[in-house]
Each structure stands twice: as structure tokens, then as C-alpha cells.
Design a protein around this ligand. Structure first.
Ligand code: ATP
Ligand code: MG
Length: 413
């Protein structure tokens, strides 16, 4: 096996034995999001690089370090690292602001980030996400968070932690940033290189640095005091209070986390994450927040908006593996033409049916049936002469013989 070609580092095949789990997650997403009035949108995987530098932000890791970018006919093109920017572009480009608000959209699909591959971190990974446009009230924030929780519950994931925070608006945040910078400044030389770079460009991001020495500095009392100070202006503060009241009323359990700042530049007011204790250090399954400035930043009209994205690989790793789905029936017969005709007939009724394409020995076919199907449908010489079939329930071992036209009624458990 010299010279075989392998997947690129950080990418994975989703194999047939795992696909039913992906379909389970996708079907639940469609069902739950539809209940809340969201419609699916599919945007291209490639976009102009400018969309992400303007839409995700020049100071983020995503834009600075993680994008797959290439030139084609003098244009700079990027494989999408996330899908909020693409959905916002589409919202503007297709005049969706003329639709009655809210415009509720959801998506699923692959994203690409050039990161160091490790458990829970790939270079091509999949996200499921939603975006809601046009509502500034905190009911929208509460509905989106509640929907995320209900979607996770539909997958059997009940014990995840919801964390929320408010980053305020550009106005009140600006003051907070200045205060934060002034208390951190004396320690600037002791911070890691990333934090030193972020200090001027995006000081809020300092708080979610993973480097231990930096975290030690940020836990100093004078810095903690600023972090925990109440910097929100009146409007931001009442928005946040109302959100919490709605979540309480809807029975969503959450923790407030002042250190939750999220990696992206565009968030305003509400940010949230949903985390699992069972995922090690890559423990976030869902990240989201309000981004009231993004639509106008990308050239559209001022439009409030909120959304979230979930990492599908991380979600799936939390769901206990279920059994492989079985065929409804496997036809056991040494008369291939009759088997073929019967298979087609039963498929036309919507049943999942296979028969042996190679006409192996009867006993071999029976063995195969017991592995992959709920019923063995036996078409021996006797059955064919009498225009009958024998149906063996492979779970109970019971076998009955019925007229051929009654076959389909006997294949439902
Ligand atoms: P992290 O802190 O784990 O890098 P992030 O803030 O970069 O996350 P977001 O941009 O908010 O992540 O993306 C939303 C979700 O997508 C994450 O919560 C995570 O579940 C998933 N995700 C992000 N990057 C990757 C990746 N490289 N591989 C697999 N899943 C990912
Ligand atoms: Mg990341």
C-alpha cells in the first residue's frame, strides 16, 4: 500500500456507519428551528476575502491566522471560516431588509480554519447555526438561546452549561476598555505576545487568553475589580436584565460569566456560550451573541441581529452512539429475477429492501439477512409456485407464509 493518498491533516471522512448520527442531528435542527419560524439558507463556501476581514474583524485570530485564502483571476478568495458574515452578505445583497422582521435563517455546512488539529479542533469542520435579523428587543436574545437549548435537549444533551454576559454597546464599552487598559498597562511587558498585540487593538480579548501567566495577572484584585464593575449604560443594562428575566421565566438555567468575551469583534450586548464538562479543553459546543452593528458595517441598513453557531463534530462526540438502522427486508432467494421484481415492488411502497446480487447459497443469504435486516423475505421454489412469500421476523424468529400481494403489510413492526 505504498503511495496511497490520504486525507489532509485536520480533515476527516464521515463514514457510512457514522452518517446516521449526522442525519439525526440535521433532522432535529430542521425540526426544532422550523418550529420557531427559521428557514434554511445555503450560501457559497467561497467568498471574497474582504467579506471576512470587514465582517469578522482584522483583530481576530480567525482573520489573522486561520483563513484559507488564495488568488484567482486577481481576486482574493477565502474558504469561509464561519457563516455569519456570509449570511449577512446574502441578507443585504438579496434585499431581505424589505421583508417583514424578524428574518429568521438557519444553515449547516463545512467551515475552514487553519488551526493546529487536536481533539475537538479540525481544519475542516461543520457548523449548524442561526441568525435572526430585525429585532432589537431582548425577547429575540431569549428566543434564540432557548431554541439552542431545546435543540440540544432534542439530541439528548440535557446537562450542558449555558453562560451569558453582556459586552455593552460601542459607547459604554469604550469607557470600559480604557479602564481595563489603564489597570493592565503596568503589566504589559509580562503578558504573552498575543496579549501584547491585542492590548491596543482589542483589549476585551485579553480576558479570554488561555496562557497561565496572563491569567494570573488578570486575576489581580485591581484588575478583577474593573472586570466585575458594572460598566453597562442604562439601555444596555435594562436589555441584559430583561433577557435574564425571560430566561428565568422560560426555565433556562444559566451562569453569568464576566470573562465571556467571545473571539469576534462584532458582538454587542448579549454574548453566550454553551459548554460541556465532557469535552476537555475544547469544551464549547455553541457560541453566539447579538451583533447590532454588523449589517451596517457590511454596507446594509442599521439592523439589529443575533445568532449562534454550533460545532457539529463536538456535538456528535457527546451523543451516545446508537444502533445502525436496519433494512426493512432482505430477500433470500435463488431466483434472482423474482427477487429483483419483488424488491422493486416493495421499494415502490417506500420500504428499504435489498436482495443478493450474486445469488449465493440460500444459507449464506439467510445469514446476511439476519445481520442487516428486520425481516428475511424468503422466495423459495415452493413460494414461487404458489405465488407466496415466507416472512421471517429476525428478532423473534417467527415465520409466516402469506400471499405475495400481502407481503408489504407484514413488513411493519
Ligand atoms: P474555540 O474557542 O473552541 O476556538 P471559537 O470561538 O473559535 O471556538 P466559534 O467561532 O464561536 O468558535 O464557532 C462556534 C463553534 O464551532 C465552537 O463553539 C465550536 O464548537 C466549533 N468550532 C470552532 N472551531 C472549530 C474547529 N477548528 N474544529 C471543530 N469545531 C470548531
Ligand atoms: Mg477558535
Amino acid at each position: 500500500m505504498a503511495n496511497i493518498i490520504k486525507t489532509l491533516k485536520g480533515t476527516k471522512d464521515i463514514l457510512p456507519q457514522d452518517v446516521n448520527m449526522w442525519q439525526f442531528v440535521e433532522e432535529n435542527a430542521k425540526k426544532i428551528f422550523t418550529q420557531y419560524g427559521f428557514k434554511e439558507i445555503r450560501t457559497p463556501i467561497i467568498e471574497t476575502t474582504e467579506l471576512f476581514s470587514r465582517g469578522v474583524g482584522d483583530t481576530t485570530d480567525i482573520v489573522n491566522k486561520e483563513m484559507y485564502t488564495f488568488e484567482k483571476s486577481d481576486r482574493s478568495i477565502t474558504l469561509r471560516p464561519e457563516n455569519t458574515a456570509g449570511v449577512v452578505r446574502s441578507y443585504i445583497e438579496n434585499g431581505m431588509s424589505r421583508l417583514p422582521a424578524p428574518v429568521k435563517l438557519w444553515y449547516k455546512g463545512p467551515m475552514f480554519r487553519y488551526e493546529r488539529p487536536q481533539a475537538g479542533r479540525q481544519r475542516q469542520f461543520n457548523q449548524i447555526g442561526v441568525e435572526m435579523f430585525g429585532i432589537k428587543q431582548p425577547t429575540a436574545d431569549a428566543e434564540v438561546i432557548l431554541m439552542a437549548v431545546n435543540f440540544l435537549k432534542s439530541l439528548g444533551l440535557n446537562d450542558l452549561d449555558v453562560e451569558i454576559n453582556s459586552l455593552g454597546c460601542p459607547k459604554c464599552r469604550a469607557e470600559f476598555k480604557e479602564k481595563l487598559k489603564s489597570v493592565i498597562k503596568p503589566y504589559l511587558n509580562d503578558l504573552c505576545e498575543d496579549c501584547q498585540n491585542r492590548f491596543d487593538k482589542n483589549p476585551l480579548r485579553l480576558l479570554d487568553c488561555k496562557v497561565e501567566d496572563c491569567q494570573k495577572i488578570y486575576s489581580l484584585p485591581e484588575i478583577q475589580e474593573i472586570i466585575h464593575s458594572d460598566f453597562l449604560c442604562e439601555e444596555c443594562s435594562s436589555h441584559y436584565t430583561e433577557l435574564k428575566l425571560y430566561l428565568d421565566r422560560m426555565g433556562v438555567r444559566y451562569k453569568e460569566n464576566k470573562l465571556l468575551v467571545r473571539g469576534l469583534d462584532y458582538y454587542t450586548r448579549t454574548v453566550f456560550e454553551i459548554k460541556s464538562n465532557n469535552l476537555g479543553s475544547q469544551n464549547a459546543v455553541c457560541g453566539g451573541g447579538r451583533y447590532d452593528g454588523l449589517v451596517s458595517q457590511l454596507g446594509g441598513e442599521e439592523t439589529p441581529a443575533i445568532g449562534f453557531a454550533m460545532g457539529m463534530e463536538r456535538l456528535i462526540s457527546l451523543i451516545p452512539a446508537n444502533e445502525q438502522p436496519k433494512l426493512d427486508g432482505y430477500i433470500v432467494s435463488n431466483f434472482p429475477t423474482d427477487a429483483f421484481i419483488l424488491a422493486e415492488e416493495l421499494r415502490s411502497y417506500g420500504l428499504n429492501i435489498e436482495f443478493d446480487l450474486t445469488n449465493k447459497k440460500f444459507t449464506k443469504q439467510l445469514e446476511k439477512a439476519s445481520k442487516c435486516a428486520k425481516y428475511a423475505i424468503i422466495l423459495g421454489e415452493d413460494e414461487i409456485l404458489k405465488h407466496q412469500v415466507s416472512i421471517k421476523n429476525l428478532e423473534t424468529g417467527n415465520q409466516i407464509t402469506v400471499n405475495r400481494e400481502n407481503c408489504k403489510e407484514n413488513l411493519y413492526l
